[in-house]
Design a binder for this molecule. Structure first.
Ligand code: AMP
Length: 282
């Protein structure tokens, strides 16, 4: 496995693979890999020959006061995990390689779908995501790219961007990988103190309760939201950012559950903001 730092070499690697007749898959990440990231690699390997994983903590998608500086980074460990996971090349550019000093002026913006949920709590976040993902698509020119359902809104926004802008690749969305006790895997879980780690189980528990309510015939979105909020508010270390029940495709809030519904939440444990979600089909 090769660790590539420069855009020039990345393009050359891709050219070599194409000449050899290989289909290329891209798995964009911010690194500090866990089994969730590696499951995306597995999905990619089902659909293409050669997987490139990008590892880039993108300053553009962090707001003021967020955890850009503190975000965990360990390229040595990531390289070992990625190689074991079947990645052919890591693309790990510096910030200066992606945003050369002296001015950066071009952005990609997806409207509407970025207004609610995490877009509301983190203004500018999705503009940073769609801009860097477009740059990665242009640099790697993959046939497919894999994103996680863990970041449900991100996956929908990227799919819409690819469709609206006729980007020549296919997006695959892979299921959420969880720890044995239910916590959705995240690089940010390392921030949690032992007591916060225990408290964080309330997220998957609350989503499961909502899922059961829906499975038992409850169709009032407010009842589900209240049930989730009650669970989370009973946990003293948890502070709700949002609990939303929206259409799984258009992300519009729903009153009555019908069709594919996304139940999404973001909750702070101390300074750590965790997200989780669940799809229900009624
Ligand atoms: P990140 O490094 O957190 O930006 O995540 C990179 C990619 O991995 C995104 O597409 C995420 O949705 C995906 N991902 C993160 N955590 C998980 C998880 N627990 N299960 C599946 N995919 C995940």
């Amino acid at each position: 496995m090769e660790v590539i730092r420069g855009i020039g070499r990345m393009r050359e690697f891709v050219r070599e693979q194409r000449l050899a007749g290989k289909q290329i898959g891209l798995v964009p990440t911010m690194g500090y890999l866990h089994a969730g990231h590696l499951s995306l690699v597995q999905e990619a390997l089902k659909a293409c020959d050669v997987v490139v994983m990008s590892i880039f903590v993108n300053p553009l998608q962090f707001g003021v006061g967020e955890d850009y500086e503190d975000y965990p980074r360990d390229l040595t460990r990531d390289s070992e995990l990625a190689e074991e996971g079947g990645v052919a090349a890591i693309f790990a550019p510096s910030v200066a390689e992606m945003y050369p000093p002296g001015g950066y002026y071009s952005y990609v913006d997806v409207e509407k779908l970025t207004e609610g949920l995490c877009g509301k709590s983190r203004p500018g976040h999705f503009r940073g995501v769609t801009t860097v993902v477009t740059k990665l698509f242009n640099i790697v020119q993959p046939d497919i790219a894999v994103f996680g359902q863990k970041d449900a809104q991100q996956a929908i926004v990227i799919q819409r961007m690819v469709r609206d802008l006729n980007m020549p690749l296919r997006i695959i969305v892979a299921p959420i990988m969880r720890e044995a006790d239910g916590l959705a895997m995240s690089s940010r879980n390392v921030y949690l103190s032992p007591s916060e780690r225990k408290a964080s189980l309330v997220l998957s528990r609350a989503l499961n309760i909502a899922g059961e309510l829906a499975a038992n015939g409850e169709r009032d979105a407010n009842v589900l939201r209240k049930a989730i909020e009650t669970q989370i508010q009973a946990e003293p270390l948890a502070r709700i950012d949002y609990v939303e029940i929206v259409g799984a495709e258009d992300l519009k809030p729903v009153e009555i559950l019908q069709g594919r519904i996304l139940i999404a939440l973001a909750v702070f444990f101390g300074k750590t903001r965790l997200i989780d979600n669940r799809i229900v089909e009624v």
